[in-house]
Every structure is written in structure tokens, then in C-alpha cells.
Design a protein around this ligand. Structure first.
Ligand code: URA
Length: 231
């Protein structure tokens, strides 16, 4: 990849701007000053210093974030803060995609990646990955109802049936519910179908990736051994 494209892709400035600074001598590649913006580099192998700072690059980032309430799972929003407002350098320089959104009032695990195949493998319905939620609700109901076949509507009002949901009881009004799909308001709609209303919802795991003790608003890279399961 061309050096000027590499830097502008990472939001260091427009191609024109970064080219100007490269020509002025603000860039080193593998310890050598480089003044030609068209110089070809291998982003995963070459060490690039720009304006005295080493440029971080990874073509396979998988971040886990503990989303708080009040943040929307979107790239931009006119009214609310978005989960990307929580992501700082160097990851904020990458085009990260959300591997499964959460409602504005839901907390918990969100995965973000810049790698198309990881995104696909996490969200594709064919991959059968369980998403596990901690759910509190207001009225006690027969939990068998949650695992019996039910028909719900997705975000576009197409009917679907949740496939083999799993329930673990915590107490009378809280459970862990694991589902394979990630349809619009799915957990809230499943609980509603059973005659109760969700009062608190938090995603605690996606496949083998568990939120654990990651604090609200914090994020970190997923361990390589867990990431590999999605590659
Ligand atoms: N189900 C919901 O109802 N909301 C979420 O945010 C996630 C799953």
C-alpha cells in the first residue's frame, strides 16, 4: 500500500495533507527517512513513524466494549452519544464495524472489528453463535414458555421463531437467556410474549467471549485464542 494512502486511511489527514508532511520529512519507515508519498509499504510488517509517533496498525482488530445505557450502537446520531464516542486512540483511527447492536437502554458486551470475515462469522445466523443476556423482568411467569416455540416479528415485521433458546434461572424475576438470533428487540419481545416486561438487560457473552469484569465504558482487545474461534 502507498504510504500516503496508509496514513490517510488511518485519519492522519487527507492524502494531500499527509503527502505534504511526508515530503517535509515527517515520516520514517523501518528507521529510514522517507520523503516520497508513493513509497510502498506493508502495513503489517513495516514500522512507520509519523510526526515522532509510531503508527499502530492491525488488519484484524477485535475489541470488546462494555456499553452503558444511553449510548446508541451506530456510527453517528443527532441526539445521543454513540458507542464510538467511547473508543479512543489508536482504535478510533480504524473503520470499526459493530458485530451485533444493542438497544440504547441495554448494557453489556459489544464486539467491534475492522475485519470483514470476523464480522461475518460473528453475526451470520448460520454460525449458530449464542448471545447470552442477563435479564430482569417485572412479572413472574412460567419459564417453560420461553423455550416453547413462539412466533415473533423482526424489525421489518417478518415473522420468525427463536431457535433453541436456553434459560438459566437466577431468581424469580431474573434469568440468563441465551439466543442464537439477534433480531430487533428480541429479548424484550420474547419476555413480552410471556406476559412480562424487561426492566434491565445486559449482554454478558457472545459465544466464548465473556464480558467478565470489564467495567462499563471500558474496552479491550479480545484474546487471540478467543478471536481465533471466529477466524
Ligand atoms: N434484545 C433486546 O431486546 N435488546 C437488545 O439490546 C438486545 C437483545
Amino acid at each position: 500500500m502507498r504510504l500516503d494512502r496508509f496514513l490517510s486511511n488511518l485519519k492522519y489527514g487527507s492524502r494531500k495533507d499527509v503527502s505534504k508532511w511526508i515530503k517535509k520529512g515527517y515520516c520514517d519507515v523501518n528507521g529510514e527517512a522517507v520523503k516520497d508519498p508513493s513509497t510502498k509499504i506493508d502495513p503489517m510488517k513495516d514500522k512507520v513513524i509519523y510526526d515522532d509517533n509510531e503508527v499502530f496498525y492491525n488488519d484484524s482488530i477485535l475489541l470488546m466494549l462494555n456499553k452503558p445505557k444511553g449510548y446508541v450502537s451506530a456510527n453517528s446520531d443527532r441526539e445521543h452519544k454513540t458507542i464510538f464516542d467511547l473508543i479512543g486512540e489508536p482504535y478510533s483511527r480504524f473503520d470499526l464495524h459493530i458485530a451485533g447492536r444493542l438497544d440504547i437502554d441495554t448494557e453489556g458486551l459489544i464486539l467491534l472489528t475492522n475485519k470483514g470475515s470476523l464480522l461475518h462469522n460473528i453475526i451470520s445466523p448460520n454460525k449458530n453463535i449464542y448471545k447470552k443476556y442477563y435479564v430482569e423482568y417485572d412479572k413472574v411467569f412460567d419459564l417453560n414458555k420461553l423455550i416453547e416455540p413462539m412466533e415473533l416479528l423482526d424489525g421489518k415485521d417478518y415473522p420468525y421463531n427463536p431457535f433453541t433458546p436456553k434459560v438459566e434461572v437466577i431468581n424469580e424475576t431474573s434469568i440468563h437467556l441465551s439466543i442464537k438470533e439477534g433480531k430487533f428487540h428480541q429479548v424484550k419481545r420474547m419476555i413480552e410474549h410471556c406476559g412480562s416486561t424487561v426492566t434491565y438487560l445486559k449482554r454478558v457473552a457472545i459465544g466464548d467471549i465473556e464480558l467478565g469484569d470489564l467495567e462499563l465504558k471500558r474496552y479491550k482487545e479480545v484474546d487471540d485464542n478467543k478471536k481465533r474461534l471466529f477466524e
